[in-house]
Design a binder for this molecule. Structure first.
Ligand code: M6R
Length: 609
């Protein structure tokens, strides 16, 4: 949610800022802007809309300077407009800053500042920061003014600040919103995540909450809010520049759908010992004995990651015998979660920065539960704050609609099921069976992806409809929800995901010839029941597209269209059944001419509660 980037060093700042904004655009794309400092001259440009609008506006203007900050916005306070776009500044046009997060007490601060004579030029919460720094700068140096300002604000921030009177310095600070400092040979590039940094360096420092860095072209000094200097470790980024590019695909979403066999392969590589029917999860080694005594697992996550958690519940309860509850992270901390030392709370998050999930994990820690993570982004906050965890290794996911992270999460949940199951009553034979079938998934996924053209034709056939019902049972119930979410978020059509058995308790009233149903009807333990549900839809003139198991000719006679997937173990079916739904949603949206990588109102990483 909002992306910030900054540079200080020997190079020209503007090209680094513009490239960084493009790579961070998936975090927000309502408006964008930058400030570049050249000595005591600061040039600021802003534009409403995507980064391309800003690029058109500056139209190769020469804006020299070796220090700069930039921002791509996902609006919270104040609608998308040029005046609300960042960077924001103080009255004297001395302090310029970009901010990711929310200043909760901005109204009181603004009121006091206005009383003291400050003139505001935007409706944002952020602008108070510039005026407060200005106010303090009257008495103390720039860095101290920033400290004093931060001591007064309540809320979350990733901040980058420049001062006309300190043209050799960039100050950054973090509390609740991610900030990464890239260490180059001739300077520093800072950003909300590693995407803009990886082009210049693979050496990064992850700032923690309560830390501020004073960065010059040659050095950086990091201090915590107690004003103590902190020694930070330099980490290595394991993503390459190529991985974060489209590689000839028209959209990141399609590239990421197509990358799923490889992503799952990477998630299970070195972790699956097929011959022994076990999973080796190095990230859980230190807590392994505590996990053996575990009585209950609570999964907290949001959106697509939440649906992965729901599939995980079916896997973990059926095969590992571990009671599992799945909760929307956004609800978890606002009720009274009953946790004890025999409960583990598992956060599932692609970005590792989702504010709701992070808050849930912090609450779980307060209550004494052991916290675990399944996270894709290495070094992200959730990965660092959980007691132990497993990285996805799915590679960067840029498309706002999550695809490869989801199937990678499912494969890790299958590994976790093996891991916990074999610590308990799961037999060697069952462990081996799961391991063998999981190892086959990447190959089977490829065969589903080979049908992309046929799935595109089905999506075209249904292009005139603006309502869909997605139905599935047991392992495929969360997949129905995920399929509906995919089409909703990128096509803006109404879709409802439901457990098939619930249809007759309400949603059946919606069905008529204009309300098609996507029915996941694979040959598994609930197949017969699913077929009865399909009959009920057909009896009400509803059109049905079925996701069925290869070789099932019977179903063809009952439904309007069928997409086949290969047979696998029931618990692994979701890894295959979701793929046609992703492709269907993708082609449906592209057919409408929509920007599937940047759907309206959404952002990739939701760092506000
Ligand atoms: O990064 P996270 O996995 O924590 O993100 C959670 C959700 O915001 C995310 O899955 C969202 O629902 C996606 N846009 C779904 O495609």
């Amino acid at each position: 949610m909002c992306g910030i980037v900054g540079y200080i060093g020997k190079r020209e700042a503007l090209p680094i800022l513009m490239d960084g904004l493009k790579r961070l655009e998936y975090r927000g794309y309502d408006s964008a802007g930058f400030s570049v400092a050249n000595g005591d001259r600061i040039v600021t440009e802003k534009a409403v809309g995507k980064v391309a609008e800003l690029e058109n506006k500056i139209n190769e203007k020469d804006i020299p300077g070796n220090l700069g900050i930039a921002h791509t916005r996902w609006a919270t306070h104040g609608k998308p407009s040029e005046r609300n776009a960042h960077p924001h500044r103080d009255c004297s046009k001395k302090i310029f800053l970009v901010h990711n997060g929310i200043i909760e007490n901005y109204k009181e601060l603004k009121h006091d500042l206005e009383k003291a004579g400050h003139k505001f030029s935007s409706e944002t919460d952020t602008e108070v920061l510039a005026h407060l720094i200005e106010e303090y700068s009257k008495q103390v140096p720039f860095e101290e003014a920033v400290w004093r300002t931060l001591a007064h604000v309540r809320g979350t921030y990733g901040l980058a600040i420049i001062d006309r009177e300190n043209p050799q310095k960039l100050i950054i600070a973090r509390n609740g919103s991610p900030l990464v400092l890239g260490v180059m040979d001739d300077g520093y590039v800072i950003a909300s995540d590693v995407a803009p940094i990886v082009r210049y360096t693979d050496r990064v420092i992850y700032l923690d909450d309560g830390e501020m860095a004073e960065v010059t072209g040659q050095s950086c000094k990091i201090t915590n809010f107690k004003r103590k200097k902190v020694k930070k470790e330099i980490s290595k980024i394991d993503w390459s520049v190529e991985e974060a590019e489209k590689k000839g695909y028209p959209h990141f979403m399609l590239k990421e759908i197509m990358e799923q066999p490889e992503a799952v392969e990477n998630s299970i590589r070195g972790r699956l010992v097929v011959g022994e029917g076990i999973a080796k999860l190095g990230g859980l080694r230190d807590v392994s004995e505590r996990l053996r005594r575990l009585k209950r697992l609570v999964i907290v996550s949001c959106g697509t990651s939440y649906y992965a958690g729901l599939v995980g519940k079916y896997m973990l309860e059926e095969y590992a015998g571990v009671r599992t509850d799945v909760e929307h992270a956004s609800e978890f901390r606002y009720r009274k979660p009953l946790l004890d030392e025999n409960t583990a709370v598992l956060a599932i998050s692609q970005s590792g920065e989702t504010a709701d999930t992070l808050a849930a994990i912090r609450e779980a820690k307060n209550k004494g539960a052991i916290t675990l993570g399944i996270v894709n982004v290495v070094g992200s906050t959730i990965a660092r704050e959980t007691d132990a965890g497993v990285y996805n290794h799915a590679g960067p996911e840029i498309g706002v609609a999550s695809t490869k992270a989801f199937t990678s999460q499912l494969s890790i949940l299958a590994l976790l099921t093996l891991f916990l199951g074999r610590q308990r009553e799961m037999s060697f034979v069952m462990g081996k069976r799961i391991a063998e079938e999981l190892a086959e998934i990447p190959k089977l996924m490829k065969s589903v992806l080979n049908q992309a053209d046929e799935i595109k034709k089905v999506a075209e056939k249904y292009s005139k409809y603006s309502n869909f019902l997605y139905l599935g049972r047991k392992y495929n119930y969360p997949i129905a929800m995920e399929g509906a979410l995919k089409i909703k978020e990128i096509s803006y059509v109404h879709a409802e995901g439901y457990p098939f058995g619930e249809m007759k308790h309400g949603p059946i009233a919606l069905i008529d010839k204009n309300f098609p149903t996507m029915a996941i009807a694979t040959k598994d333990s609930v197949y017969e029941k699913t077929l009865s549900g399909i009959q009920e839809v057909k009896a009400r003139s509803g059109k049905v597209i079925a996701i069925a198991t290869k070789g099932d000719r019977e179903i063809q006679k009952m439904v309007d269209d069928v997409i086949y997937i290969p047979k696998t173990l029931e618990m692994l079916t979701p890894l295959l059944s979701v793929v046609p739904l992703q492709l269907f949603a993708y082609h449906f949206a592209v057919g409408k001419g929509l920007d599937v990588d940047k759907p309206r109102n959404l952002a990739k990483s939701v760092t506000v509660e």
